[in-house]
Design a protein around this ligand. Sequence first.
Ligand SMILES: Cc1cc2nc3c(=O)[nH]c(=O)nc-3n(C[C@H](O)[C@H](O)[C@H](O)COP(=O)(O)OP(=O)(O)OC[C@H]3O[C@@H](n4cnc5c(N)ncnc54)[C@H](O)[C@@H]3O)c2cc1C
Length: 339
Amino acid sequence: MIDTDVLVIGAGPTGLFSVHQLGIIGLKSEVVDNLDKIGGQCIELYPDKPIYDIPAIPECTGEELTKNLIEQIKPFKTNFHLSDRVEEVKKERSKWLVKTSKGKEFKVSSIIIAGGVGSFEPRKFQLKEIEKFEGKEIFYSVKDKNIFKNKTISIFGGGDSALDWAIELSTNSKIYLIHRRDEFRGAQASVDKVKELSKQGKIEILTQYQLNSIEGDSKIKSINIKHDNGNIKKIETNYILGFFGLIMKLGPIVNWGLNLDKKHIPVNTENFETNQKGIFAIGDICIYPGKLKLILSGFHEGALAARGCFKYARPDEKLRFEFTTTSKNVQSRLGIKKK
Ligand SMILES: Cc1cc2nc3c(=O)[nH]c(=O)nc-3n(C[C@H](O)[C@H](O)[C@H](O)COP(=O)(O)OP(=O)(O)OC[C@H]3O[C@@H](n4cnc5c(N)ncnc54)[C@H](O)[C@@H]3O)c2cc1C
């Protein structure tokens, strides 16, 4: 059981900045995110695209913004629990007990939900027999590429992830790149590279095919793929990788006793608390009159929610307003040495 002041759900830009705002007022936090990396939409949806409306930063990419936010919270040595999803939230006396899909448990005085548009989940194959192989020989992301060494891998998809992994894994594995359309959607340089590797016999490209069935009991033996013209082709394969993009689901948040307005959580604008005392919601997931789904709004919401968390974590203390420029307390929390 991890006992801390605040659990932040979501490692997108607003969750990250709320960690900073909690840290400078002396509160400890842990962060859980469903994705395998930090950064939310900025990293998952537009890492290379420039953002032009972050105050005082004329231009930065989604990845640069994320890197800077991570740098800014370094002094707080925050633990991130990635590839894990908050499933259950329940009240026990004055504390909130939280459970994740990997079985981690947290005991906290407040929760900040910075869940964006909900948890991103991979779009999956629509075959019944998929389930028994999922997580063993069928994957929607690559966590450890070493398991694919000297194996045969069937990669499905036509976007950047499918192309990039086909290129990367072709160095020491046999690769089939299978796409339901004739054209690939990924970056032209990757499409060209895949075609070149296909000429060298390192990747076999099969277009206008979809997965039709899987053969094998405890392990995958082979797959049958079906062409648009109805023809079936059998391929012996060890692993299947599917890269069909992500879907966004509000997920378990709907079960936590929170008021919901369509897919958003209504909050007050004084401290962004929800209808549940001690649970706050910030960023894209919250809703209030005049809400703008922008990163800069999420930063402001995180600052006020952090102060809202203080009274639950330190009920006997009064929070003093302090500037980072002049407060010795804040500067020592940030590890700033006297000049
Ligand atoms: C293409 C594009 C361009 C954009 N350009 C701009 C721009 O120029 N300027 C701007 O201000 N904004 C822009 N935005 C919007 C901006 O990215 C969002 O406003 C911002 O990402 C919201 O941040 P967030 O932290 O609230 O949520 P997100 O970034 O969505 O992060 C939420 C995180 O919570 C996680 N999560 C959700 N539920 C759970 C759960 N139960 N357990 C664990 N984890 C969970 C998700 O996996 C996700 O990582 C753009 C968005 C897109 C898609």
